[in-house]
Each structure stands twice: as C-alpha cells, then as structure tokens.
Design a protein around this ligand. Sequence first.
Ligand code: GDP
Ligand code: MG
Length: 167
Amino acid sequence: RCGLIAIVGRPNVGKSTLMNNILGQKISITSKKPQTTRHRILGIHTEDQEQVIYVDTPGLHKEEKRAINKLMNKAASSALGDVELVLFVVEAMKWHDDDEMVLNKIIRSKQPVVLLINKVDEIKHKEELMPFLQKVSAKHNFEQIIPISAEKGTNVQAIKDLVSDYL
Ligand code: GDP
Ligand code: MG
C-alpha cells in the first residue's frame, strides 16, 4: 500500500517540524533530510507494508503580488492536486485569515482533510482548547480533528495510523 499525503498550512504552524517527526522514527528516508526551501519537500516514510510520500508545502500566501509568492502558492496548490489525504495544520488557539484562506483552497480541491491542531504543548490546561476546538470544527466537515505537538511528538503515531486508513 502506498500513497501521497499533503501537509498544508500557513507559515510557522509547524508543518516542517511535523514532517521531520513523522519521518524521524524507525524509517528509511530516501530523500535528503527535509529543509526549508521554497519548493515542495517530499519525504518518504516506509514501513513493513506501506510507503507514504509526504508533501510539505511551502505555505500558501495571501499576498500574491510578488512573483516568488505566486510561485510558492502554485507549488502549494499543486500539492493538493492528487493526494489521498490532506493534513491541514493550524496553531492551537490561533485562527488567522491565512488559515481561512488555506482552508478554502483545500475545500476547493475536494480532498478529504484532517485538521491537526498543533502546539498543544503550549496550553497549560487542556480545557482551554475547547472553545477553539468548537470554533474550528464548525468550519468544515473534517475527517478528524487531532490535537498534536509536532515538537514533542504528541499524537504523531495517531496521525500515522490514520494515514494508513487512506492508502
Ligand atoms: P512551518 O513553517 O509550518 O514549516 O513551521 P515550522 O515547522 O518551521 O515551525 C515553526 C516554529 O514553530 C518553529 O519555531 C518550531 O520550533 C515551532 N513549533 C513547531 N511545532 C511545535 C510544537 O508542537 N510546539 C511548539 N511549542 N512549537 C512548535
Ligand atoms: Mg516549513
């Protein structure tokens, strides 16, 4: 079983950290270690019975004036083209216009999307997350909503397990 998974979100939500964490554990990596670039980054995660290619998008920018932003938008949008699942990453407690814009692009792509609420390690009391959860869950019919910490690895295994279901 194999498939393509897009990791999408506005800059700085933790997409690259998540991809590094997913790829960092008991895996063989065929590409070089993911780095921040202006292009799409592919990471290949191989386990016994499956191989998943993760596409870490360079972020979708609202500001399209500059040519480089246009190019980055194009790369990010094309990452949504033909994937098994979109992992839409947002930051806990912070919903920006850019998140809305990215979500609209994802919805237009008609791909199934899982909402990953990242950086929950920064929340002291987990019940503080509830109002945010309610707000964002109303925005789209997400396949699932998973609070994560890409940095600490919280729920990263749950993401891998979920991804398997879509291959
Ligand atoms: P990207 O632009 O979406 O690829 O975001 P990065 O992966 O580069 O992360 C942006 C910043 O958020 C970095 O300073 C990371 O260390 C930080 N970050 C990423 N994931 C987490 C997390 O789970 N918890 C916390 N506290 N910080 C995180
Ligand atoms: Mg990045």
